[in-house]
Design a protein around this ligand. Sequence first.
Ligand code: DC
Length: 225
Amino acid sequence: MSTIRVAVDGPSGAGKSTLARAAAAALGFLYVDTGAIYRTVGLFIRDRGVDLGEEAAVGAALPSLRVELRYDEAGRQRMFLNGRDVSGEIRLPEISRYASAVSALPVVRAYLMETQRELARKNSVVMDGRDIGTVVLPDAEVKVFLTASAAVRAERRCRELAERGTPQPFDEVLRDIEDRDFRDTHREAAPLRRAEDAALLDTSALDFRQSLEALLGIIRERTGL
Ligand code: DC
């Protein structure tokens, strides 16, 4: 039986991962957070001390990188870097910046493409990222572009960081989000943009339940599930 692929793209902090995970659980699909994969590569490059301006050096380091996705009993995705669980570390703001920088490099994007496609060949997936509907899975049965205003996203990120015990001032978080939005939408390699056939879901004024219902509504409407 062929798999069903749900591509969820959008800027950081729009609620993609929480919503995509919940939608995957409701449908019995595998949830794939591709941002976590880029974050793991960012951490690897930081640890190696590779100069991000040297794309060839980054490319040369990639064969020593082993990224694995594993799922815990609760169905949460855990990231392993060369056998080490880095799921917590990759969420640090410093690693967000590394992730954004490595994700702009075509050598990194090409390297990770097959890993992502393979997951969607073997499983029905809800996959979230920036270029899933446009580049990774252009034939996805369902494409959703999930967004929210920068201020709402910064508020949500602040809450998340505080809960993790690494609080950051709102202004810094907002600036970080705006900088990353700019880099993610203006880079040459697979910039963040809404696929023409993606449904737009703006969660600025919606709470979690409303957002999830809207997302599941789009998926059901497009797949008949
Ligand atoms: O969703 P996130 O904040 O965890 O993503 C981390 C970085 O990786 C972000 O700067 C955008 C980038 N990314 C990407 O370029 N393509 C993806 N499919 C997923 C994330």
